[in-house]
Design a protein around this ligand. Structure first.
Ligand code: HCA
Ligand code: CU
Length: 369
């Protein structure tokens, strides 16, 4: 089993320059719910009145997804989450040596007491709890085990391994997760930042080693370089592990487009799955093979995610594509005219052609007969 928690409304709103209104959050929450994520992390209620209002509104929308509020490990934050009517709370506090000493000025035992109190308090008030030892990857493993056991004994339902600064490698996070499960018996979640571009690989390694839930954001939003992208995770799970949780895959482009619009954060043209070029073929050889059978150059078909493939027309194009354009345009050239047209196409050093330009040029050849 693998579940997905989408954090576009919490981690995603921590993307520099990105904020969402209540109306926008509701729209995104509904899209995510229709798509089929298991959890929506709706926000951190202690941040502001409008975040509280959004979390509460989303929690009362009657969505299929479970709604989780993010919270520091303190009663005042938990009270605010309780006011929002959420089912789940995500409590976090770091046990990283440096943070304990320099930032919290507490030792590990004191932080364990804080965690114990917070988890117990949340559980006593009817919440389901996941506890995250923030920056799990860079923390001493024994500290992580110790605080996780405290959280579990206090009633925590899950432990989340956070790679807060993208410091993990697949091998390292996989081993950590396997060992944490062995040592604590916890149901483990994972949250991977993308600072070196490894968020997806690390999330998959976590899954392979027993994690039951992966955190994602639409378009990989999040602090700095963001976290694992929803579209990439879902397609990797489907293509490489045969996982299909009934997700509406053809919603991925619309979800991405809408979040792109609302966040103002542009998706790169070469972004996997949702980027403009994700199903665009260019070189003549690629195009002639893909025209014959798309899977020669597509790991999964564009249609799987509700997209169409595109063929780029420029000096790299070959006769198959040009011939296809002409056939669709109802134009038939003889061998000599076709050769002339190909020479004209191949002599444009920079830039591409539209189909209309190709057809216009072909018409010219016909008229010049
Ligand atoms: C943060 C850090 C966090 C927390 C994750 C969690 C991380 O923004 O507060 O609480 O599960 O990456 O560690 O996003
Ligand atoms: Cu994070």
């Amino acid at each position: 089993m693998i579940q997905i928690l989408d954090s576009t409304l919490r981690e995603g709103e921590q993307t520099p320059g990105v904020t969402f209104t209540l109306k926008e959050k509701l729209e995104i929450a509904h899209l995510l719910d229709d798509f089929g994520v298991d959890f929506i992390e709706a926000g951190h209620p202690a941040v502001s009145k409008d975040v509280r209002c959004a979390v509460k509104t989303i929690a009362n929308e009657g969505l299929n997804a479970s709604i989780l509020a993010h919270s520091r490990a303190m009663r005042s934050d938990i009270d605010m989450a309780l006011d929002c009517d959420v089912e789940w709370i995500g409590l976090f506090i770091s046990v990283l040596e440096d943070r304990l000493k320099l930032h919290f000025k507490k030792d590990l035992d004191q932080v364990c007491c804080i965690v114990e109190d917070a988890v117990q308090y949340a559980k006593d008030h009817g919440l389901k709890v996941r506890y995250t030892p923030e920056d799990t990857i860079r923390s001493h493993f024994e500290s992580v085990v110790k605080v996780s056991k405290v959280a579990l004994n206090a009633g925590a339902d899950r432990i989340s391994v956070a790679d807060t600064v993208g410091a993990a490698t697949p091998g390292r996070i996989g081993t950590l997760i396997r060992n944490l499960i062995d040592r604590t018996g916890a149901e483990v979640n994972v949250h991977c930042h993308n600072d070196i571009g490894l968020a997806l690989a690390n999330s998959l390694a976590a899954y392979e080693n027993g994690a039951i839930l992966v955190d994602v954001c639409v378009n990989g939003l999040g602090e700095r370089a963001g976290i694992t992208s929803l579209a990439e995770l879902v397609m990797a799970l489907k293509v490489h592990y045969g996982v299909d949780n009934g997700w509406k895959l053809d919603m991925l482009p619309a979800l991405s487009d809408r979040v792109e619009e609302l966040s103002g954060l542009r998706v790169a043209s070469n972004a996997p799955i949702v980027g403009e070029n994700a199903f665009a073929h260019n070189a003549g050889l690629h195009v002639s093979a893909a025209l014959l059978k798309p899977s020669f150059y597509e790991i999964f078909s564009a249609e799987t995610v509700g997209r169409t493939r595109r063929f780029e027309l420029d000096k790299l194009s070959g006769r198959d594509l040009v011939g296809d354009v002409l056939t669709r345009g109802g134009i038939s050239l003889n061998e000599c005219q076709m050769s002339d047209l190909m020479v004209r196409i191949k002599s444009r050093e920079k830039g591409n052609f539209t189909e209309e330009e190709i057809l216009g040029s072909a018409m010219g050849s016909l008229e010049g007969q």
